[in-house]
Design a protein around this ligand. Structure first.
Ligand code: ATR
Length: 270
């Protein structure tokens, strides 16, 4: 029987998760179908009860449900508990859900090699995405600092996950922090309202924006023009999907194939 998989969120129409997972399901000849399920805020529990009646193996969870997914699961991984958010649910027995967070390992895969002694990592933003990244960095012994517009959120993140110095206010004031970092990770949603962070000369250092497509393009173009090596969030998206897929099917899918399909889809709409 065909198993149901899906991603729950709102909005969800533009999610690339169905493209990624259905591609792997097809490639690997698995009897499953992955759907995008729009579930408004406050309706997660009700939706899960309905989904339980279908033959559902697992779900990805995105905004605004990641926290509630971690809170209501019957079993929760240690990382998910620390981060306070789940992006992967697995129905291990009827009505028994396990929660995992694959954003954290997805980030580590996407950022590539970090030298925890030599690299200086600067995290921009202290929202939901930053939590998984801060957790992942600390779990790998990588020191980091955080800058965020709202000071208490930066301080809370540093306190919870063991980050170094924090600052707050308009990010464009903090060029000296960026000057001294070797890897800058932009987790803010500045790109969504068209704002760009003004960067100093990158001199071959890394600027990683966890957004992708049209949202990240202006910021990454600016970073490249300033001499930074850039990465967008597409590899992280595909990697978190691959780790979820591995939890469900016990086999790591072809990340490169997933990435190729995403890049082609983004090119087709640009
Ligand atoms: P996500 O789950 O994607 O991380 P979020 O939790 O809403 O989204 O967090 C968005 C982050 O972007 C926050 O760190 C936010 O700063 P505040 O904590 O001060 O709200 C940051 N952000 C959003 N717009 C910004 C802007 N124009 N300039 C600087 N930071 C911005």
């Amino acid at each position: 029987m065909t198993k149901l998989l899906g991603v729950i969120g709102d909005p969800i129409a533009h999610s690339m998760s169905p493209l990624i997972h259905n591609g792997w399901i097809r490639d690997m000849g698995i009897g499953a179908a992955y759907e995008a399920l729009r579930v408004p805020e406050g309706e997660f529990n009700k939706a899960l009860k309905t989904i339980e009646k279908r033959d559902c193996l697992g779900l990805n969870v995105t905004l605004p449900h990641k926290q509630v997914a971690a809170a209501i699961a019957n079993e929760v991984s240690a990382a998910t508990r620390a981060i306070g958010a789940a992006n992967t649910l697995t129905q291990q027995a009827p009505g028994f859900w396990r929660a995992d967070n694959t954003d954290a390992p997805g980030f580590m895969y996407a950022v590539g090699d970090i030298d925890e002694r030599a690299d200086r990592v600067l995290l921009l933003g202290a929202g939901g995405s930053a939590r998984a990244i801060a957790y992942a960095l600390s779990a790998h012994g990588v020191p980091w600092r955080v800058l965020n517009r709202t000071k208490d959120k930066a301080e809370r993140l540093a306190r919870e996950f063991g980050g170094g110095a924090t600052e707050s206010g308009a990010l464009n004031q903090y060029k000296e922090y960026i000057e001294s970092a070797t890897i800058v990770i932009n987790t803010t949603s500045m790109g969504h309202d068209g704002s760009i962070l003004d960067l100093p000369d990158g001199m071959g250092r890394t600027f990683f924006d966890i957004s992708y497509g049209k949202v990240s393009a202006p910021q990454l173009n600016h970073a490249r023009a300033q001499g930074w090596q850039t990465r967008d969030g597409l590899t992280m998206l595909v990697a978190q999907a691959a780790y979820s897929f591995e939890i469900w099917f016990g086999e790591r899918p072809d990340m490169e194939a997933g990435l190729r399909r995403c890049r082609a889809a983004l090119e087709a709409i640009s």
